[in-house]
Design a protein around this ligand. Structure first.
Ligand SMILES: CC(C)(COP(=O)(O)OP(=O)(O)OC[C@H]1O[C@@H](n2cnc3c(N)ncnc32)[C@H](O)[C@@H]1OP(=O)(O)O)[C@@H](O)C(=O)NCCC(=O)NCCS
Length: 164
């Protein structure tokens, strides 16, 4: 977090440390998702993840500005979601939250991270590629898109990340 934290503290923002989220953060996750994710999760999905998965977030002035959701099965962690408030993008928060989350998941035994991303999601694909994720294949017509469907790109990376 060092780079992002320095940048944020220099702009007088208070305590932007990653923290574990709980069901108490349900409304904030829902609000962030609806505001800043073009494909927001429903409240039932947030409730399940906050209860059963590993959720990490960054709050600034007590407001949630970024969240990442991880699901662990044996030694493989899936990144289920990551969102940065659109007003806070491009400051390194997405990369730093993902790196922090993957370090956190290694403490539970994760040795590999896998994810699915819409082929059209250039910012997310670029983020993952910049962190060492490799492209493993496509799931055809996986995501709903308007009246049609969109492919999912499958990506993975061994842990620990090489750059961290
Ligand atoms: C994807 C997302 C989390 C990135 O968050 P962010 O905080 O803006 O990302 P960062 O500032 O940490 O950028 C890290 C890298 O991501 C890539 N990236 C970020 N925004 C980008 C953009 N608009 N276009 C292209 N690449 C981009 C770049 O490689 C960047 O590295 P660089 O700054 O050295 O060029 C954010 O755009 C988001 O919340 N999107 C909506 C939700 C979503 O699509 N989540 C992914 C679900 S799979």
């Amino acid at each position: 977090m060092a780079k992002a934290l320095r940048q944020l503290s220099m702009s007088s923002l208070s305590e932007p440390f990653p923290e574990v989220l709980t069901l108490a953060d349900m409304e904030a996750c829902l609000a962030l998702s609806q505001k800043s994710d073009p494909h927001p999760w429903q409240s039932s999905v947030w409730r399940r993840s906050l209860r059963d998965d590993h959720c990490l977030g960054i709050k600034i002035d007590d407001r949630l500005v970024s969240v990442a959701v991880f699901s662990l099965v044996l030694d493989e962690v899936s990144l289920l979601n990551i969102i940065v408030d659109d007003h806070y993008r491009g400051r390194g928060l997405g990369r730093e939250l993902l790196a922090s989350g993957l370090s956190w998941m290694q403490q539970f035994g994760a040795e590999r991270c896998v994810l699915e991303v819409r082929v059209s999601n250039r910012p997310a694909r670029s983020l993952y590629a910049s962190m060492g994720f490799a492209e493993d294949g496509l799931r055809k017509n996986y995501y709903p898109l308007g009246a049609g469907r969109e492919d999912a790109l499958l990506m993975s990376v061994p842990l620990p990340l090489e750059f961290s």
